[in-house]
Design a protein around this ligand. Sequence first.
Ligand SMILES: Nc1ncnc2c1ncn2[C@@H]1O[C@H](COP(=O)(O)OP(=O)(O)OP(=O)(O)O)[C@@H](O)[C@H]1O
Ligand SMILES: [Mg+2]
Length: 212
Amino acid sequence: MTEGFNIQRDEKTDSRHNLTWHMMEINRQKREKQMQQKAFTIWMSGLSGAGKSTIANALEKRLYAMGKKTMLLDGDNVRMGLNSNLGFSDEDRVENIRRIAEVAKLMNDAGLIVITAFISPYRHDRENAKQIIGDGFREVYVSTSIEECEKRDVKGLYKAAREGKIAQFTGITSPYEIPEHADVVVDTAEMDVETCVNHILEQLKSLLRESV
Ligand SMILES: Nc1ncnc2c1ncn2[C@@H]1O[C@H](COP(=O)(O)OP(=O)(O)OP(=O)(O)O)[C@@H](O)[C@H]1O
Ligand SMILES: [Mg+2]
């Protein structure tokens, strides 16, 4: 785990490493004002195949059409770039989520509305993401059951995991800890993509309307 893991962003110094936070004049509030939107992060969590990427994509299209400035951080895409040096061990999963949260926070500071789509199976990691991102963190639990996800098996990963070809596969050989206080819950076995997106937008409408 990275040293200095839990350093809060409002601390102005990190004496262990002789670091001092430099306050810049063009800050988040100014960028939000220029972009005419409140920046925040929609953190989507759920099993592989639950529908995170599909919903995130549809949600971003809707926000884009509303004139919102957005960015989507998606599991496999980030693992093929920024986090290409990380695997799926417990330690690497923690670091994967920590980096994503830091990037989401930077993008929020840039004034953007961020959507993330990562399995993020551990409660502790999501809590840590919330700590890093701060007030603008909103958790969306894509609650599609393991049975439904395995039936879909979009990437053929469940079959491979059942055959023992993938170690530590979430829901099969590695736990998924259900979010207990998600801001929004969508089950894609019961709701189509559009209904899921409408539900998320409805639940987040006060943030989307907030004047800056
Ligand atoms: N209501 C729905 N919302 C989202 N996806 C749905 C819905 N109904 C069916 N699906 C299908 O479920 C699959 C979801 O796959 P998707 O790649 O979005 O999952 P994921 O949660 O991003 O998985 P991973 O963690 O492996 O990236 C897609 O094939 C999609 O078409
Ligand atoms: Mg995905």
